[in-house]
Write a protein that binds this ligand. Structure first.
Ligand code: FAD
Ligand code: DHB
Length: 388
């Protein structure tokens, strides 16, 4: 088979890129290792920046999002029992929306199916060949038979554990990494959210986040030990711990119920450079990971998609500037998202061996943010998403 762009990975990056390219008349084939149900079963991000919202609309898949999303003009930050609000609209004139990654992925799958664009599920052994030559191709195995796709370019949208990044020789690739000594335990529960906006909470007992998916679906996270497993946490223990980390007023208002999902994610900062090797372009988690504090993971994947989609569209119009500068442009924004997520993680988490001095520094950082409108503006600009 031959196509213009072979996209490896049918997560949000691959699907969004495929849909945007389709609208430009550019052919794609998506190879996804898992089943559609598996991908849709993963509960991940919940906050979309304005740029991600714009791309969804540009891809022709914004209708349900525009109808069902919640607009958030600000967020609450708490530290112990003290809390304050950061007003995004006041500082930036913009906002974010609550719309789950699961819903976004579902909309993109439906749109792809509606236009009949090919997607191969359960593609095993995906292998990239000749990415640094003019004969780039990808092979994979489906139902025991090997297939080959010849293409102009390969988009590596296969997440952190994918094969695309590994196809770039170590002599060319440089990786930067920071592993945090804690994880996030997340639950989903069919209960009304504790507050109409998100609460990012720092406390002596560690971080907590109160988020939501809709009026009767709440998403809560607490910082946990890396050695914990979801089975160690009964629902009652989770709710009790969450209550102890958020201001009393919210702890009293919290409505609890059975959890319908419970999982632990480790926290990591990671960037690989460059994001292009010959005809292979990395996009999203395949190239970088942020700790989830600040909701940048999915949104940074979307900004990569923007740069790559623009570059590929220009290429087929005879101009290679966008492709030639893809890695530089994407990385410039990626590093700023890395900085923000790292800073917000440090602001609100308890590290295992924090000294009294470290704690004083954290308290001073929070106090400065609480009292300084310019510091609030910096947070707001980063949270709603840096321009691209
Ligand atoms: P992925 O979503 O990882 O998609 C990659 C796809 O490629 C997957 O479908 C995978 O099955 C497929 N694939 C992998 N290897 C191969 C292969 N060899 N061949 C073919 N296909 C392959 N971000 C936030 O902003 N907020 C959050 O709360 C949040 N929570 C998260 C929780 C977890 C457990 C994880 C892992 C991530 C979380 N993130 C969160 C990050 C966010 O979900 C990601 O940034 C986003 O999913 C990136 O999209 P992607 O398409 O680049 O990668
Ligand atoms: C959610 C996750 C985040 O990491 C975040 O910063 C905000 C919201 C969520 O899953 O709702």
């Amino acid at each position: 088979m031959r196509t213009q762009i072979c996209i490896i990975g049918g997560g949000p990056s691959g699907l969004l890129l495929g849909q945007l390219l389709h609208r430009q008349g550019i052919e794609t084939v998506i190879l996804e290792r898992k089943t559609k149900d598996y991908v849709l079963g993963r509960i991940r991000a919940g906050i979309l920046e304005r740029g991600t919202v714009r791309l969804m609309r540009e891809a022709g898949v914004g209708a349900r999002m525009d109808r069902e999303c919640f607009v958030h003009d600000g967020t609450v930050i708490s530290y112990g029992d003290e809390e304050f609000r950061i007003d995004f609209t006041e500082h930036t004139g913009s906002h974010v929306v609550v719309y789950g990654q699961t819903e976004m992925t579902r909309d993109l799958y439906e749109a792809r199916e509606a236009v009949g664009a090919p997607i191969v599920y359960e593609a095993e052994g995906v292998t990239i060949h000749g990415a640094d030559t003019d004969a780039a191709h990808v092979t994979y195995v489906k139902n025991g038979t090997e297939h080959r796709i010849d293409c102009d370019f390969i988009a590596g949208c296969d997440g952190f554990h994918g094969v695309s990044r590994q196809a770039i020789p170590l002599s060319t690739r440089k990786e930067y990494e920071k592993i945090y000594p804690f994880g996030w335990l997340g639950v989903l529960s069919e209960t009304p959210p504790v507050h109409e906006e998100l609460i990012y909470a720092g406390s002596e007992r560690g971080f907590a986040l109160c988020s939501m998916r809709n009026a009767n679906l709440s998403r809560y996270y607490i910082q946990c030990a890396l050695s914990d497993s979801p089975a160690d946490w009964t629902d009652a223990a989770f709710w009790q711990e969450l209550r102890r980390r958020i201001p009393e007023e919210h702890a009293e208002a919290l409505i609890t119920g059975p959890t319908i999902e419970k999982s632990i994610a480790p926290l990591r900062s990671f960037v690989t450079e460059p994001m292009r090797w010959g005809r292979l372009f990395l996009c999203g988690d395949a190239a970088h990971i942020v700790p989830p504090t600040g909701a940048k993971g999915l949104n940074t994947a979307a900004s990569d998609v923007h740069y790559l989609y623009t570059g590929l569209t220009q290429h087929y119009q005879g101009d290679d500037e966008g492709l030639d500068r893809y890695s530089e442009r994407a990385l410039s924004r990626v590093w700023k998202a890395e900085r923000f997520s790292w800073w917000m993680t440090n602001l609100l988490h308890r590290y295992p061996h924090m000294s009294e001095f470290d704690i004083k520094m954290q308290q001073a950082d929070v106090a400065f943010l609480k009292s300084n409108t310019q510091a609030q503006s910096v947070l707001a600009q980063n949270y709603i998403g840096l321009p691209y």
